[in-house]
Design a binder for this molecule. Structure first.
Ligand code: CMP
Length: 145
C-alpha cells in the first residue's frame, strides 16, 4: 500500500543530493515535498526528542546542525521500509558489510555521521513530516498527493 515517509539528508551528504535523488527515483519512490534548512540546536533537539537521554545526543545535535539538511517527504509503496532499505543500517560499517550500495555504506562515516535519516514507523513519519512541513499556517507547504 501507498504510504509516506520523512527522509533527511544530513549535512555531510547534502553535496550528494543528486546521486541520492537518483537512488530514490530508481527505487520507485516519489519526492512529494522537499526543503533545505539549517536547523537550530533547539529544532534539532525537538526532531530527535526520543534520543534526548542517549549518550550520543549532544554529538548528534552538533552533527545535524553543522550545515543545512535536506528534508523530503517520500511517497510510494511501503515507503518507510523502502527508504530504510535504501539508506542501510545505522552504522555505516555495518552498512558496508551488508549492502555496499546503500547510502550509508557509500556516504556515511561512523555511527553518528551516517549521512541520512529515515522514519522508523508510521507514527514517526507523521510527526517528522509535520516537523519539517507543518500542515497549518500561512506558509504551509504545497500538498502533492
Ligand atoms: P538516525 O537514523 O538519524 O537516528 C538517530 C541518530 O542518532 C542516528 O541516525 C545516528 O546519527 C545517531 N546514532 C544512533 N546510534 C548512535 C550511536 N550508538 N552512537 C552515536 N550516534 C548514534
Amino acid at each position: 500500500k501507498k504510504e509516506k515517509t520523512l527522509a533527511m539528508i544530513k549535512p555531510d551528504a547534502v553535496d550528494k543530493m543528486g546521486l541520492i535523488l537518483d537512488m530514490i527515483n530508481q527505487k520507485g519512490l516519489l519526492v512529494t515535498k522537499a526543503k533545505m534548512v539549517l536547523l537550530s540546536r533547539a529544532e534539532a533537539a525537538q526532531f530527535y526528542i526520543e534520543h534526548q537521554s542517549k549518550p550520543f545526543f549532544n554529538g548528534l545535535l552538533d552533527y545535524v546542525t553543522a550545515g543545512p539538511v535536506v528534508a523530503m517527504e517520500l511517497m510510494g509503496s511501503n515507503a518507510i521500509q523502502a527508504w530504510r532499505d535504501l539508506i542501510g543500517p545505522t552504522n555505516p560499517s555495518d552498512a558496508r558489510s551488508q549492502n555496499a550500495q546503500s547510502l550509508r555504506a557509500k556516504y556515511g562515516t561512523d555511527n553518528t555521521r551516517n549521512a541520512a535519516h529515515g522514519s522508523d514507523s508510521k507514527e514517526s513519519a507523521m510527526r517528522e513530516a509535520e516537523f519539517f512541513f507543518p500542515s497549518t499556517g500561512p506558509a504551509r507547504a504545497n500538498t502533492a498527493q
